[in-house]
Structures are given as C-alpha cells and as structure tokens.
Ligand binder design. Sequence first.
Ligand code: NAD
Ligand code: MG
Length: 380
Amino acid sequence: MKKVFILGSTGSIGVNCLNVISNLTEYCEVAGLTVNSNTELLLDQINKFNPRFVVVRDDQAARNISGKIPKGCELLVGEEGLIKAAKETDYDIFMGAMVGFAGLAPTIEAVKRGKRITLANKETLVVAGEIVTKLVLENSAEIIPVDSEHSAIYQCLVGENLNEVEKLILTASGGPFREKDKSFFENATVDEALNHPNWEMGSKITIDSATMMNKGLEVIEAHWLFGLPSDKIEVVIHPQSIIHSMVQFVDGSIKAQLGLPDMKLPIQYALTFPERARNDFERTNFSAIGTLTFSEPDLNKFECLKLAYDVLNEGGAAPCILNAANEVAVDKFLNKEIKFSHIPLLINKALDKVETNFSSDLESIFECDRKTREYVQTIT
Ligand code: NAD
Ligand code: MG
C-alpha cells in the first residue's frame, strides 16, 4: 500500500488524483494534502480521505481552519510547513500537482529522499531541470510524468532503448485560438482565453494553452525527462487531443499513445507504474471520433512557443526568466492589467533586461525567479 502526498489537492489535477485514489484502494492511500487557501474543499477531502497531515499555505486560511481539523491530522502552515512536510513526513509517492514555481522547493526535498515523484508541475523541470534530474540520479528517486504528453511518451518508451529514438512528437490541441488570426490577440478577452476546447484545467495552464506557452514549457519538460535536444522534440497540432504524443524511432517506426482527453489516466498510470490497474473510465470510440487531423504550429502567431525553444537552446538563466515572466504576465492578463498580446512582449522584455550572475545552483534559480518577478511587475 503506497502512501501518497498530494501537493495542490484542491486544483484540477489534485481533485482528479483523489478521484483516482478512491478507486485504487488496493494500491494507495492518502498520506497528506496541501492547498493554498481553499480550506472548505480541503475539509471535505480530510473527512473523506483521513490524511495524517495537511499543509495550508495561506496564513489567514490556516487560522480559519485550525479549530476544525479532526484529531490525528496534523496541520502545518506556510512555506515552512510545506518544506517540513516534504522533508519529514511519512509518504512513498509525492504528487506534484501545485501550479508554478512554488512547486520547486518541496519537489527537491522529496527527490532528496529518493521518493517516487509523480509530476504534473512542469514548471519545476522548466526552471531547474538540470538540478532536479541530477538529484534524481544521485538519490535513486524517480520521476513519472503526469502531463499527458509526457505520460504518452513514457508509455511508448517502455521496453525501448533511448539511443534508438529519432524524435519525440508532442501533440498540441492548439487551444481556443487555433483558428484565429494573430490580430485577434489584441482584443482577446480573459473569458475567451479560458474557454479551452478539450481540457478542463486550472486558469494558469489554460491561459498557457491559449498562448501555446504550455506546449513550449512541455518541450523543455520533455528535454529534461527524456534527455533529447530541442531539434529532436517536435510539436504538431492535433485538435482532437486523442493522440497524446508519439515517439519516432531510428527505423522510422512510430509509436503513439491514445485515449480520451482525461487526466485521470496519466495520473493513475504514474501512481501504479509499472503495473496497470483496471478502471471504469470512459473508453475511446473511434467510429464516434471519426477523424484525426494534424498540422504544423504557426510560430509567428504563437510567439510563446518559439520563445520556449529559444530559451531551451540558450540554457543558463533563460528558462527560469521565461517561466517567471510568464507566471507574472499570465496573472496580469487574468487581472485584466495587460492585453493577451502583451504576454510574449513582457517575456521578451524580461529576457532582454533581467541580469543575473547565474550559476546552475538552486540559490541562483531562486534569485533569478525573484528578480524577474520584480521586474515584470513594473512593466505592462
Ligand atoms: P490549479 O490551479 O487547478 O490547482 C493548483 C493547486 O495548487 C491548488 O490546489 C492550489 O491550492 C495549489 N497552490 C497554488 N499555489 C500554491 C502555492 N503557492 N503553495 C501551495 N499550493 C498552491 O492547477 P492545475 O490545473 O491542477 O495544474 C497544476 C499543475 O499541473 C500545473 O503545473 C499544470 O501545468 C500541471 N498540469 C495540469 C494539467 C491539467 O489538466 N489541469 C495537465 C497537465 C499538467
Ligand atoms: Mg500537457
């Protein structure tokens, strides 16, 4: 029986993860849960899953909930509580389902303890892929991807030799603006950008899907997970989101992993790997789907995707600056402080202006993240 520690249990991935765990009673149970501030849903989850500890990031929210937590469940608070939980509590699987850079520090602690990391929080690998993958090797930890594209590739690679991979093909739905002109981005509203055609997700990743930064972050994530250079990681637009990604081998053979767009499957796979568990998730009906189509992404229109390839090639501080600038820019767009079309502009400015004495250590990454956020806060 594996004990699972879920970071971000009230989010889209977190809630799906708890649904999966309720049907995996022979495999795993909940050890701990963390949330930012949604303590109402957290209380429901505590009553249903009986975790031994919970972490509430927001101080005020933690004070509100402190008298309501049942005996036998420890409440930890804030960033310190989060790190303490990752470092000291009893769990086997660390489910990284929180959003953004905030996932990095606790993930590092879990890696240092040699845990299984089931990783949805792609930002962690984008900003610190080199450090995290090195620590994984040193501590015999493992990362099983939850992101559907990377789960697909992981599944295609079972029994294969990485040296015989010619390229990875990441599929992308193209998001809500796939068929719009670039000029549309000037006046695209928050509601339009949040209206994703195929996936229901948190607001940050949904905006990232509309700019296609999400696919850019995934290219960088794939680089660190599978060790391939950027010219061997291709993106193809596939609006139906049935093929979750593909691997092409040196003999020209291609393997793909398919299914309905539902995160429960990659979550379950990451929890039970190398086994597969029976479930009653909806099955794919090809006759009902009818057609699968593919096209090349327009890098002139989706500048964020191009920027992600650029920073991957540049290395050093660039991916960290891109990520921090994007997080702040997306926040500003969601708060209606900037236009949709300004998201790549702000990132570009940050890449030009933020100066760091970057050496590939964690302190540098935290410093670079902080400086970039400060700078992007001041521009529009
Ligand atoms: P979400 O916004 O729905 O949920 C985020 C969760 O993280 C919430 O539980 C929130 O309380 C918690 N959280 C936010 N900020 C925090 C902080 N500073 N400290 C502690 N907890 C914090 O996001 P999501 O859509 O579930 O995405 C989570 C991660 O998974 C992201 O990195 C995203 O890119 C990735 N991902 C999501 C999907 C999806 O289908 N939603 C698919 C692939 C990858
Ligand atoms: Mg994805």
